[in-house]
Design a protein around this ligand. Structure first.
Ligand code: MV4
Length: 453
């Protein structure tokens, strides 16, 4: 096992990784920008290194500074968390060149899944069901029209270098297709420097369901069930739960085994998430994420498996610590992402937290890096923390969520807690009758009463 690990991240995920490292007896190195000198991850780490000014480009994304921090402290491994450099294949290669272990999959697999066309071609061959669409990149209007006619409208044009909703355009008829294609291409070229696009049948009312997998690269891979993340706003997940209320145990076992089997064949090492759209009882692959995800705690709560602990052990060359038969699902978990934003307008609200009282009690977990007196800088994302509740049933989790939201006090800034207090009392949410468009429609039709805000 490693003696020392460097955590190339900030906020709640930096704390999450620190905790896993401490339990493994690994000494921890935090890195931080000048804006984060007073951040909790710096206070809790054994050592810390300032890697640059506030701008993430010059600090958390500053590869030479991170390499220097590893060298100065003697860290043998680096955990990237999520965001920042977590899915940068070149960074993983550079670390390897410097004999630093990247806690994550092989660079080859990061690169493969970052190219959405390549990812889809690969997983399809490995037996994962995909959205019907073009066989690879689309060359021009003529080919697009032919593929779209075959698929039937509506279709969606997606950027191969995209993901997370960037560079996507829907065409509802042939007359809309060439504009959708040109717009998606231009956006892709501008945002990613790569104008390759592909075409898919557009699914109107799917749910977003993702499967958590873990591979050891020695021929073993298991799944840890799924998470449902349909409640999103502007491609940002807001509420996540596990298990998905839309699946039964047999569907779960089937899609989980399809994913685990594919990862076994691929020789995938580490933690990964295979994202699907789910409509009319069918799964359709959209993307694979090669990092720990924000919403990982709901999986931890129902399986009891510490996913960051598994990531670190696998990176150190250990085999998987459990078999598929040892993964047992208990109850139901829900996570709410609490942001420093106005609950109806979503206007960012950085500033000083005047008073902080997190909820507690049975089945309640708060992953956060804030404290009373902490000043949330305006520089990074607005996640203040995650409230995760667990219950024996979904109803019990909902009751516990209602209670813990009412107990949570964060004074001095706006937070999205009132949004969740509204959602947890909503009949559609209580009955799990939602798809990927539900939240935006709810907000657009005055669900949060913007007039009063
Ligand atoms: C789709 C789709 C409908 N049909 N693909 C958005 C983000 C990216 N990961 C994939 N996305 C979508 N792909 C087909 N063929 C609808 C979306 C989509 C979406 C997906 C998941 C969660 C929220 C979403 C919100 C809008 C659109």
């Amino acid at each position: 096992m490693f003696d020392k690990i460097l955590i190339a991240n900030r906020g709640e995920i930096a704390l999450r990784i620190l905790r896993a490292a401490k339990e493994l007896g690994i000494s921890t190195v935090a890195v931080h920008s000048t804006a984060d000198s007073e951040a909790m991850h710096v206070k809790l780490a054994d050592e810390s290194v300032c890697v640059g000014p506030p701008s993430a480009r010059d600090s958390y994304l500053n590869i030479p500074a991170l390499l220097a921090a590893c060298e100065i402290t003697g860290a043998e491994a680096l955990h990237p968390g999520y965001g920042f450099l977590a899915e940068n294949a070149r960074f993983a290669e550079i670390l390897a060149d410097h004999h630093i272990v990247f806690v994550g999959p092989k660079a080859e697999h990061i690169r493969m899944m970052g190219d959405k066309i390549e990812a889809k071609r690969t997983v399809k061959e490995l037996g994962i069901p995909c959205v019907p669409g073009s066989d690879g990149a689309i060359s021009g209007d003529h080919e697009a029209a032919a593929v779209a006619r075959e698929l039937g409208y509506p279709v969606i044009v997606k950027a191969s270098a995209g993901g997370g909703g960037r560079g996507m355009k829907v065409a509802r008829s042939q007359s809309e297709l060439s504009v959708a294609l040109a717009t998606a291409r231009l956006e892709a070229k501008t945002a990613f420097g790569d104008d390759a696009v592909y075409l898919e049948k557009f699914l109107e009312k799917p749910r977003h369901i993702e499967v958590q997998i873990l591979g050891d690269g020695r021929g073993k891979a298991i799944h840890l069930g799924e998470r449902e993340c349909s409640l999103q706003r502007r491609h940002q997940k807001v509420w996540e739960e596990s298990p998905s209320p839309a699946l039964n145990a047999s569907q779960r076992g089937h899609i989980g085994e399809v994913c685990a089997s594919a990862m076994r064949k691929l020789g995938y090492v580490g933690l990964g998430t295979i994202e699907f759209l789910y409509e009319d009882g069918q799964f359709y692959f959209i993307e694979m994420n090669t990092r720990i995800q924000v919403e990982h705690p709901v999986t931890e709560m129902i399986t009891g498996v510490d996913l960051v602990n598994e990531q670190i052990k696998i990176a150190a060359g250990s085999p998987l610590s459990l078999t598929q038969e040892q993964v047992i699902f208990h109850g139901h978990a829900i996570e709410c992402r609490i942001n420093a934003e106005h609950p109806a307008t979503f206007r960012p609200s950085p500033g000083e937290i005047a008073y902080y009282h997190p909820p507690g009690g049975l089945g309640v977990r708060v992953d956060s890096a804030v404290y009373a007196g902490y000043v949330i800088p305006p520089t990074y994302d607005s996640l203040v923390g995650k409230l995760i509740v667990h219950g024996r049933t979904r109803n019990e989790a909902l009751m516990r969520l209602r209670r813990s939201l009412d107990e949570f006090i964060i004074d001095g800034i706006d937070t999205t807690i009132p949004l969740f207090q509204t959602l947890v009392r909503n009949a559609d949410i209580q009955n799990a009758l939602y798809d990927i468009h539900w939240l935006e429609k709810f907000l657009a039709t005055g669900g949060m009463d913007i007039a009063a805000a």
